[in-house]
Design a protein around this ligand. Sequence first.
Ligand code: GUN
Length: 285
Amino acid sequence: MSQLIDGKQIAKDIKDELKKEIQQLKNSNIEPTLAVILVGEDPASQIYVSNKKKACAYVGIRSLSYELPGDVTEEELLGVIEELNQREDVHGILVQLPLPAQIEEEKILMAIHPEKDVDGFHPINVGALSIGKEGFQPCTAAGIIELLKRSQITIEGKHCVVVGRSNIVGKPVSLLLIQENGTVTICHSKTKNLKDICRQADILVAAVGKANMITSDMVKDGAVLIDVGVNRLENGKVCGDIDFENCKEKASAITPVPGGVGPMTIAMLLYNCIQSAKNGEELFV
Ligand code: GUN
């Protein structure tokens, strides 16, 4: 039987560590504060945002909630961001993605001050990540590395295959795996021989958004399987990108969905927010 990587428990351990740090900050009269902006009424985004706010409350981060209508203009949204950029009592700004069609995502992400960009999506932070400099790291990618480290899984020298090349997960997790001295192959929708490449993976990260697309014949015996997918099936159940039931016996370790990578994303968001409250200015000097 393979090792089940319990992201929920590991995220709780991290949150409990952060709670202590937050108490210390509060003792020095700093109240870590995260502004969360939700545009429109996408049900999945509403759940994500609600979970983020709950996690803030758990660790003692103050969260400010901005719920804007789905037909908000780009100018109005930029106005809210600018106001939050200026506020000294706000340490992190998060705009939940995706955004409605009338709003240009890149313009919004560029508008968030890099020192408050706790999602790690601003080009300054993306650039810092690509050259191995300090900055905010995208939360899911950082959460995956933390999950591996806290499960005593060595990355150095391993062949890491990442399926998916999104800006939010695939690209940043690939960069972090390289930084940890992994040998990384990135696969995507145009990759030929996906199965053969996946079969070479010591660590396989699936971040595509396609239910159960990684089947057991694509997995090497003893591989570590990290599932970033969150897919809702017709019966209402949530499943990952990896066919968990058929892959779990082959793997040496595997993350479940839900309860694997998802909770880690939120834990790392809280971590970034506290870093910002602690030494935001120092990060970028
Ligand atoms: N939508 C899906 N994942 C994320 C994330 O990590 N941050 C934000 N802001 N939106 C998302």
